[in-house]
Structure formats: structure tokens, C-alpha cells
Design a protein around this ligand. Sequence first.
Ligand code: KG4
Ligand code: ZN
Length: 338
Amino acid sequence: MKQSFTILGIESTCDETSAAVLQDGKKLLSNVIYSQIDEHKKYHGVVPELASRAHAAKIATVISEALQNYTIDCVAFASGPGLPGGLMVGRVAAETLAAYKQVPLIGVNHLEGHIFACDFENGEVKDRLRFPLVALVVSGGHTELWYVKNYGQYKVLGKTRDDAAGEAFDKVARLLGLPYPGGPQVSAQALKGRRDAIAFPRPLLPGTWEFSFSGIKTAVSYYLRDHQNFSIPDVCASFETAMVDTLVTKTLQAAKKYKVNYIAVGGGVAANSLLRETMQTRAKEQGKTVFFVERKLSSDNAAMIALAAYKKLEYAQQTGKPFQANIDIDPNMKVRSW
Ligand code: KG4
Ligand code: ZN
């Protein structure tokens, strides 16, 4: 790679339109995020058609705000997984710009971005991650456990069979009449409640590294049906505790089984305070170190996409392995080793 190498990253997989400029894989020069929450709020979830339209309406402004007068050497975008309409908007914008600037175009996996985001600290890439590690990717659309040997070397251990963790938070919030997105709302209510008030299930699914959160959500809905005078804080505190206990227990079991000392946690739900505290405390008891993404980079952003692209380019350069540009969009993209 030449001495100074600047990447423009573009993210449009779900309900955030974002563009970021990353210099030399180290310094974040800009990271502009436009959140579509207001557009989706009244529907209690992301409406794909509205999301595509909002991406199309905002992407040019977001890119131009992030780009300012920076010279770029490469354009990277998230080519999957995600909603098809948003992915198409991201690809067209990225490809047009790359062709105009005559620089290479790279597609990266959005979920890889969520884990690499753990390397950022105050706008600088500190290369904090240590390997091998077990990664927990936990967001509104995904909940997965990976064994990660190094950057770009993955084995997916398991995924959720039904709802993603963030989706379960959003659905429980809706049952309780709390606004979308539900995670922060449930978490705020939980602070006022008793964590042991209601014994919601912990679906550990022994013998697999899979998750299943629809049962906890259903248990909450039965509890609300069967109790006239329930306490919203108690329901939130008990639900959040069951969710966090399940996520932490399975992640630590995987770390133990795969004999790793490091854990990385990324994605929107990684902003959850109880998850952060419980994972840190229980991992420490077992002599393991946890890398949590900073809260401001936990939800979707283009900084993590630019960094994933940089790591991919650096790996190709260091190993001399053929480089996969990966620019075909794939709504169901699986994570693949480089
Ligand atoms: O990563 P993200 O921004 O979008 C996806 O790629 O899905 O994650 C959004 C999800 C939503 O479901 C939201 O409710 C959840 O992350 N979330 C939280 C918290 N903050 C956001 N869930 C639990 N506790 C939080 N503090
Ligand atoms: Zn995401």
C-alpha cells in the first residue's frame, strides 16, 4: 500500500446511512451517520421500502459531508448481509464514486465490520483486538458466535434460530407500549425494577452454539396476559437479565471450549450496560479479556466498514494472497475467511 492510503467507507445495510473517511487504517477523519429511526418509529420496526427510499434520499449528502476535501485512494461499502434495497443504494453510490475517482472498489461484510469496530478508541484505530478470540455479534438483525483465529480467519460456531437479541428487545418493548428502538427503552426501565422479580427462561440450547430468543419473548407475552397489574420496570429488569445471562453464559462457554483468552463483542446490543458489566465481570473471573466496541460505534456506521476494507487490503498485501473485491451485493451474505 502506498505511504498514505485513505478509504471512504459507505454503510447502508439497514436503517443508518453512513459515510466515513479513514486515513492509513489508523485515523478516522470523519464518520457521518444519518439514522432513519424517526421514519420507522411509528411502525415499531424497520420498514424495508421506507429504508431504501431514505437511503436514496440521504446518501449523496452523507457522502459529501464525510468526504469534505479529502483525497481518497479507495471506496469501500457493505455488500451484505442486509436489506436488498439499501445494499443496492450503497453499491451504486460506491461504484459511481470509485469510477469517477478512478480508485478501487471493495465490498465488505457488514458483520465483520461490527467486530473490527472494537479496534477503535476515540476515533483512532488502536489495534486492541488479540487473537484467537470468540466474537459475539449481537444486533437487531443478527446474533452469532464466531471463533476468530485472526483478522479474516473465521469459523462461525452458531447463530440464532429465530429472533436476534435486539429484535427480542424491540418486540418486548412493543408488548409493553415502549417506543422503537426498544433496547435502550427496556434498559432504562430495567434500572428501576427488580432483576429477580420474574423467572424468565434462559434458553442455553446445550450441545450447540445456537441461540433462540423467541421463547423468552413469548414468556414475557404470557406473563403480561396473565397478570393484570404488572410492573413495567420489573418485567424489563427480569427480561434484560435473562437475555444478558444467556448471551454471557454461551459466549463464555464457547471461549472455554475453544480455549481462547479473548472475547470481542460488537453490534447494536453491545451498547447495553448490563451486558457490558456482566460480560466483563464474569470473563474476568475466568481470566479472560473482553473487547467491547465503544458505545458510539456499536450501531451501524461506515467507520467500521472502512476499517474492515483496510484490514482486508493489508492482509492481501502481507500474504500475497489473491484479493476478493466482493462487490456483488448479497442480502444473506455469510462471513467467509479471506
Ligand atoms: O447494530 P444495529 O444498530 O443494527 C443492526 O444491524 O441490526 O442494532 C440495533 C439494535 C436494535 O434492536 C436496538 O434495540 C438494539 O440494537 N439496542 C439495544 C441497546 N441499544 C440498541 N439493545 C439492548 N440494550 C441497548 N442499550
Ligand atoms: Zn449492524
